[in-house]
Ligand binder design. Sequence first.
Ligand code: SF4
Ligand code: SF4
Length: 349
Amino acid sequence: MSISKLSKTDFKEFVDGLLSSGKMVMGVQAHGERFAFDVLKSAGDLRLDYDVTILPPKKYVLPQVETLLTYTLPEQYKSQYQEGEMILLGVHPYDMAAINQMDILFSQDQYDTHYMLRRKKMTIIACDVATPSKNVFAASMGTATVHEGYDILLTDIGDAYVIEAATDKGRSLVQGAAGLANASAQDEAARQAVWDKNKIELNKHPLKCKPSDIPALLDKAYNHPVWDEKARTCFACGSCNTTCPTCYCFDVQDDVSWDRTAGKRYRAWDGCLLENFATVAGNHNFRKARADRFRHRLYRKGKYVPAKIGGRIACVGCGRCITACIPDIANPVAIYNRLVEDLGVAPKK
Ligand code: SF4
Ligand code: SF4
């Protein structure tokens, strides 16, 4: 790991250099009063002071729609893979933590070649949060800072960025940047101050238990009335799924030519709150009741996925579902805190 520093003026030059290198760069930009990852065309458009993006950067690691293979019968099948390299610029720690979770999920059990190849071609430049969003609670979930997964981590310390190059890819990207200097002890102290502040301030919805208490809490909550109460006003719109950086469910469909001699197989985002998510052959829907789907989302985040990824809770506290949910029922903290109040936190084993 190498820690250096670049003034904001030199950083802008560095970004312009990335853009002129021909690499595809996706960076955070303003869209009215909100922010989104989009193709970056000019360093001047980059907004590393953003609060939160509308959609998480998962849209690049797991695209909304992705062709997996094309075929022409009788026997020509061709897997389709994304061409070219991509730089993701400005990934916040909680979103990096979510990508780290997906990296585990897509490489264990069924190794997902499409996902993993795309990840290998991706360079991630993360950045610490400079402006807390109105619903963030990453500090409660242990994701206000991140120390793995990225190639480069940027921390805004006022007139400059502290730049941590954590991988060979990251080091080769920054080496030679005009104005790059070793970070001083004072610069590193300024970065630590940002981390310390964010571990307190990124917490608009404080969780009343430790994240590690959640799986045992849910063990006792399957028949709790909160699921019916909340689901009564749920539109089943799926916005809490699509805006979530840790939701990774997809549906696989075939698009077949009229004469059935050619076609493509693609996957597209799906969401467990959508009415037909659990519909199977014979039109049997094994999670038809909205309350069952509402509960399932919270159990996925707090119990089922953690069991697959070493106990990490599959909610990173970005707060996007809270902002996206019109009836204001999606806030995971509100639900977990209600369960803590009603059921108590299970004694630690
Ligand atoms: S965003 Fe809210 S209303 Fe829409 S599915 Fe999720 S919980 Fe239901
Ligand atoms: S459940 Fe909500 S707060 Fe948690 S990671 Fe998903 S969108 Fe963010």
